[in-house]
Design a protein. Structure first.
Length: 256
C-alpha cells in the first residue's frame, strides 16, 4: 500500500453514502445519509460502535454495556468482568455480536454464534474488534498483533505482523477481500481487496488512525483520533470533526 500526502485525502465527492463519528464519551455526529447525533456522557468510556439499520447506533463501553440510540436494546455484557472491545450488528439488524479482548464472542438478538477464538483454544489478550461478513453468516475477529481469525462464512486471510498495532478492519462488498488498518495509518489489502493509498506518514504528531469503514463498493474511510475522516477509492468526504473536543474512537457507516 502506498502513501502520498499530496493526494486530496479529504476530497468531496457526489454526496452519496453516510457515516457517524463517535467519540470516547459517547458524543457523535452524523453526515450524509446517516442522520441523528448523541450528546454523550462524561462518565462513558466508549470503545466501539455499530450502525443500527433503524438509522441509530449501538455504542459499546469497555465494561460491556451497550447504549442503543434510536435502536432497540438487545442486551449487553455489563455483568461480565471482561474488557470488551468490539461490536458488529447482524445483516438483518435485529442482533449484534460483542467481542472481548480475550476472544470471547457474545451474541444478542438474532445474532448466531459461529465460533470464537476461545472455543478454538486460542488464548488472546489483544483482540481489537469484530467485523461481520457482507452476507451476515460469519465474522472476522482481529487482534492488535495482526492476527485475523475467520468464523462462519468468513474467508481466511494471512496478515503479516507489523510494528504498528492493528486497530480496524473493513470488508469488500463481496467479502472476498479485506482492508486492515494499523494505528500509524497503514492499510494492507488482503485477498480480493484493491490496494488504495493510505495515511501512513500523513498524520500530525500525536494523532493516530483509530477505525476504518468500507463504502460497500471500492473504497473506504479512515477515522483519526482527532476526529478527521480521510476518504479513499470511491469514498466521498461528507463531513469531518477536526479538533474534536473528545477523542474519536469509532466510525459507523450505513453500508455496514
Amino acid at each position: 500500500m502506498t502513501s502520498d500526502c499530496t493526494l486530496p485525502l479529504t476530497r468531496r465527492g457526489d454526496g452519496t453514502g453516510g457515516y457517524r463519528i463517535v467519540e470516547r464519551h459517547g458524543r457523535s455526529r452524523s453526515f450524509g445519509t446517516v442522520t441523528g447525533r448523541t450528546d454523550g456522557d462524561r462518565d462513558s468510556r466508549i470503545v466501539a460502535a455499530a450502525h443500527a439499520p433503524s438509522g441509530g447506533a449501538y455504542l459499546l463501553e469497555r465494561s460491556g454495556e451497550v447504549h442503543a440510540h434510536d435502536a432497540r436494546h438487545l442486551g449487553d455484557a455489563r455483568h461480565d468482568s471482561r474488557a470488551w472491545v468490539g461490536i458488529a450488528h447482524t445483516a438483518r439488524g435485529e442482533g449484534y455480536w460483542l467481542v472481548s479482548a480475550d476472544g470471547r464472542i457474545s451474541p444478542f438478538g438474532n445474532a448466531r454464534f459461529y465460533g470464537s477464538p476461545r472455543k478454538r483454544g486460542f488464548v488472546l489478550t489483544d483482540a481489537t474488534g469484530i467485523v461481520r461478513t457482507p452476507p451476515g453468516n460469519g465474522y472476522w475477529v482481529h487482534t492488535a498483533s495482526g492476527r485475523v481469525m475467520a468464523f462462519g462464512d468468513a474467508r481466511s486471510f494471512t496478515h503479516a505482523a507489523s510494528r504498528s498495532p492493528v486497530v480496524g478492519l473493513a470488508a469488500t462488498a463481496t467479502g472476498r477481500g479485506i482492508w486492515v488498518l494499523h494505528r500509524d495509518g497503514t492499510v494492507h489489502a488482503l485477498g480480493g481487496a484493491t490496494e488504495r493509498h493510505d495515511a501512513k506518514g500523513c498524520l500530525p504528531p500525536g494523532v493516530r488512525a483509530v477505525d476504518i469503514a468500507s463504502t460497500g463498493g471500492e473504497g473506504y474511510w479512515i477515522l483519526t483520533s482527532d476526529g478527521v475522516v480521510l476518504a479513499f477509492g470511491d469514498a466521498n468526504l461528507l463531513g469531518t470533526r477536526e479538533r474534536a473536543t473528545d477523542r474519536a474512537v469509532a466510525l459507523t457507516v450505513d453500508s455496514d
